[in-house]
Design a protein around this ligand. Sequence first.
Ligand code: ZN
Length: 487
Amino acid sequence: MRKVLVGLGLALLVVVSILLWNTFTFESRQLTDVPSAPPVAVSDSVISHLSRAVRFRTVSYQDASLTDSTQFQAFLSFLTTTYPNVHAKLSLERINNFGLLYQWKGSDATLKPMLLMGHYDVVPVIQGTERMWKKPPFAGVVEDGFIYGRGTLDDKSTVIGILEAVEYLASTGYKPTRTVYLAFGHDEEISGRQGGKAIATTLEKRGVQLEMVLDEGGTIKTDGVAGLKSSVALVGIAEKGYTSLEITARGEGGHSSMPPHKTSISILASALNKLQQTPFESSLKGTVGEMLKYLGPEMPFGQKLAIANRWLLEPVLINIFSATNAGAASIQTTIAPTILKAGIKDNVLPIDATAIINFRILPGDSVKGVLEHVRNAIDNPDVSVRTLGEFDTEPSPVSSPDAEAFQLLNRTIRSCYPDVVVTPYLVVGATDARYFRKVSNNIYRFTPYQLNDDDLNRVHGTNERIEATTFKEMIRFYATLIRNVAR
Ligand SMILES: [Zn+2]
């Protein structure tokens, strides 16, 4: 007995030693000794430019016939007059009329170009919420250090911020060594097919390969991430895929006074229930694994120990991620029932009952894999499963955080925001960047604005706004990035 106890004690000692060793040797990946980025001498006119940009109602509607093309045209005229240096030194191609592709030719044609992108269309203001806006959504009110209005976050601040940076650099006589492309889509909010996708196809046809693509996606979160209290720059290195399935259950129909044992609705309900009981596997591999490598060393001791010892504590970590909706979405393919259809009258049994389920697919899974998973989970000949197909998108490839392009981006972030923890992460939504996979291996999704959860809720919501100082810092960031990458 005593020998067993001694043996157990020794084993425990070994395990504890390994846990502690891994924790104390889990080194920070945050860059140190990065010199501070030079300031960018821009006047307050940049604030009024963003404010004016917001006033153009470049709204993307699901029903394309509602689109007001005169607003898009007026916005483009505004760009031409507001950015004379940009339009003198860069060439501009209009793709499908309103998609914009600027090219600033570099002096060394052997270097792969870089591309900065954004979109200038915005989502509509939801009917009935107009009165909840403290400032009108398309007035561009500047007050108390904020610029208010639709697009101040998503995504006119990016478009205007990039153009201000290029205007500033061009006015100082700077000339890029590496070619710089700017790509601004006009329909990102309704699929991006006419804008971002067409621009990517144009480059692909010309055989262009890009050193770096930077689009929206991640932000600098100022109220922490997963127990880490400091500001965190989330740089998207991949985004999830997308598919929606239609699940149809077939029953007998007829009068509801003598219902059969199973009806189309009860069959569908049990199929959906089975599916909810069969979630996709959660995984800390891939993008989230990369994130843990960057965030782990910065965490408080307990979390740091758990992350440093995934070999033993992975189930604990998965539980922690699964506890929040955002955490769960980043480690598995998600299942979201969004539409139910059955029946037309209270005393008639419907023959068919249908559900639409939306899936956001983790890199590593696939559209086909989702279909198979769902068919296997439901496993019922009375239920058919088919893909809606229209917006099917495979998850993106994962851009390596070890690439030089990532490290230049990382360095630029630290030089502009020295106290921010930088980490790769997985974008759970969709961006236009997904169309560029054939023209670059280094695709990053990051907008350098410092936002908290409250700010993020304003994106696509009410009272969207940006702090003027935050916007000015964005301009400095884009100017610094161009200098660092295009030289
Ligand atoms: Zn956007």
